[in-house]
Design a protein around this ligand. Structure first.
Ligand code: GAP
Length: 531
């Protein structure tokens, strides 16, 4: 899907009741989204298919639904209180928040930094006059808040002082060789007062001192606000599984290897949410913690890698838009010996859809230390052997999976008759409705017959059925295409035996969403066909 079509998808999602902007009647709340009547069906189906594949169809998996609110010690043990944070600065002028580990990357993409680099590559030596001129012309357009632009005389005068001193000390002053150093100087008005500052990659403005910004969402439990009542909304569902490890083990008589699956909300105070539902502060995860004997984690990792990949493909994701990406050593979380992401080619570029991590026994060990409880597994074949299992963690973003299925389904096509249509080609297992019943017109006896058929289908099958009488039949087909209903059944005058054609009584037309083929068949055969 080209990036331009994302806007069309977002608008379809709103128009057809999949996803609405959050709190819209109050002017919204940035980056919050509400799943509408069709969105909730789609999302529930994604979760159902996931649960079916990874819990019901496997003997080695069980489910769990743990609390969002947990004892704060859980998050101390897991490391989230101490290290789930990014170093952040704010630009004093444009107010943008800058993740400082992204500063170099942002500067490399910054138009004003490029322009300054050009100035230096064009000329062998750049004088203070050149810099002043640059500030007044290019700089003014590109970096209006850079000190040399706002206040050239002050900035350049102490730069000149500095150069003089530097040249006395070392003729090859670093300022001449390092763009980064130069940029710091050009961004600092009064060296003595402010010290050297990294500038804002967007506007050149002064950045505040970096501060760790913890991504945990805090809240208070009970009537008193303050220390002792502060707790967190969980940032991942995983820890709920670890703290229940012993409960599951004891009650379900599990033997290694086995896994626990959980679907639920997680919260992170993300610094840069965005791209529709891709990165939000409240989101849903579908996570598995898979416990194995130490030594067996590598083969379990390989197994899960394949299973997960196949799950996305089986539900209609084009493999050419998926890729696996191993984390580099620098990227690895300190507790992980191996992590791999499945990335999807979103309209704005590749992005993480799923993560698979080899967590070793880090989490269980931490919870043993912090809780003082013995969480070891006893080998059923040799009770003298007690150990902490190793963990392989397949972690899915539920909202990101839904977004992927929406993007994959979105199709604009021209029909053989020259008409164009938008159709959501969901896999049949994911479409919000299995079927639509459409009486051809609003005539009462036609509606009554269609209602009778609707009731029969919903009573005798598990199919989720829409019933639509509003607008022309053409418009209703178009709506069903846009919401991705795989089949539409039309009840017409032939069904009532009122058609000139003979032999159509108690027959209906069934239309296929993708091929657009229409088939006439007796109602008595319809249920069998649908089942
Ligand atoms: N327990 C491991 C864990 O939470 P993660 O990579 O931080 O790992 C797992 O998150 C998955 O959750 C990601 O692959 C992504 O699909 C989803 N996810 C993470 N942060 C998200 C956010 N802010 N908005 C939407 N989905 C998110």
């Amino acid at each position: 899907m080209p990036a331009s079509s994302l806007d069309q998808l977002v608008s379809l999602c709103k128009r057809r009741g999949f996803i609405f902007p959050g709190s819209a009647i109050y002017g919204g709340l940035a980056n919050t989204w509400d799943y509408g009547p069709l969105g909730v069906e789609l999302k529930n189906r994604v979760k159902r298919e996931w649960w079916k594949a990874f819990v019901f169809k496997r003997q080695d998996m069980v489910g769990l639904d743990s609390s969002i609110l947990m004892n704060p010690k859980v998050w101390e043990a897991s490391g989230h209180v101490g290290s789930f944070s990014d170093l952040m600065s704010t630009c004093k002028y444009c107010k943008r928040l800058i993740r400082m580990d992204h500063w170099d990357e942002l500067m490399n993409a910054s138009p004003w930094f490029h322009s300054l680099q050009n100035l230096y590559s064009r000329k062998k030596s750049v004088s203070l006059e050149d810099l002043g001129l640059w500030g007044q012309k290019e700089g003014k357009k590109l970096a209006p808040n850079l000190a040399v632009v706002r206040n050239p005389s002050v900035t350049l005068s102490w730069l000149s002082e500095f150069l003089e001193k530097a040249e006395q000390v070392a003729p090859d002053a670093p300022i001449k060789s390092s763009m980064r150093e130069l940029v710091k100087y050009l961004a600092s008005e009064q060296l003595g007062m402010t010290g050297l500052r990294l500038p804002c990659p967007y506007c050149g403005g002064e950045l505040t001192d970096p501060k760790p910004f913890n991504l945990l969402f805090k809240t208070y439990q009970g009537v008193l606000e303050g220390e002792g009542t502060e707790i967190y909304l969980r940032p991942e569902t995983a820890q709920g599984i670890f703290v229940n490890f012993k409960n599951v083990l004891d009650t379900m008589r599990m033997r290694l290897p086995f896994g626990v699956a959980q679907v639920g909300k997680a919260f992170r105070n993300e610094i840069t949410p965005g791209n529709f539902t891709f990165r939000t502060r409240e989101f849903e995860q579908m996570e598995i913690e898979y416990f194995v004997k130490p030594g067996n984690e590598a083969s379990a990792f390989e197994g899960w890698k394949e299973e997960v990949w196949n799950w996305f493909i089986a539900l209609g994701v084009d493999p050419s838009r998926l890729r696996m990406r191993e984390h580099t050593k620098e990227e690895l979380a300190f507790y992980s010996s191996r992590t791999m992401d499945i990335e999807y080619q979103f309209p704005w570029g590749w992005g993480e859809l799923f993560g698979l991590a080899n967590r070793g026994d880090y989490d269980l060990q931490q919870h043993e230390i912090f809780s003082g409880q013995d969480l070891k597994y006893t080998d059923p074949d040799d009770p003298t052997k007690k150990f902490l299992p190793y963990v392989v963690e397949p972690s899915f973003g539920c909202d990101r999976s839904v977004l992927t299925f929406l993007i994959e389904a979105y199709t604009e096509e021209t029909l053989p008759n020259g008409e164009s249509r938008t159709v959501m080609k969901f896999d049949k297992r994911l479409a919000p409705y299995d079927l639509a019943i459409l009486p051809l017109s609003k005539k009462e006896h036609l509606i009554a017959k269609a209602q009778e058929l609707y009731k029969k289908i919903v009573q005798e099958t598990d199919l989720v059925c829409d019933f639509d009488v509003t607008g022309s039949i053409g418009k209703r087909y178009r709506r069903q295409d846009e919401i991705g209903t795989p089949r539409a059944v039309t009840v017409d005058f032939g069904t009532l035996g009122e058609d000139e054609k003979q032999g159509t009584k108690d027959t209906v037309t069934i239309r296929d969403r993708d091929s657009l083929k229409q088939e006439r068949l007796p109602i008595s055969e319809l249920l069998g066909k649908l089942k």
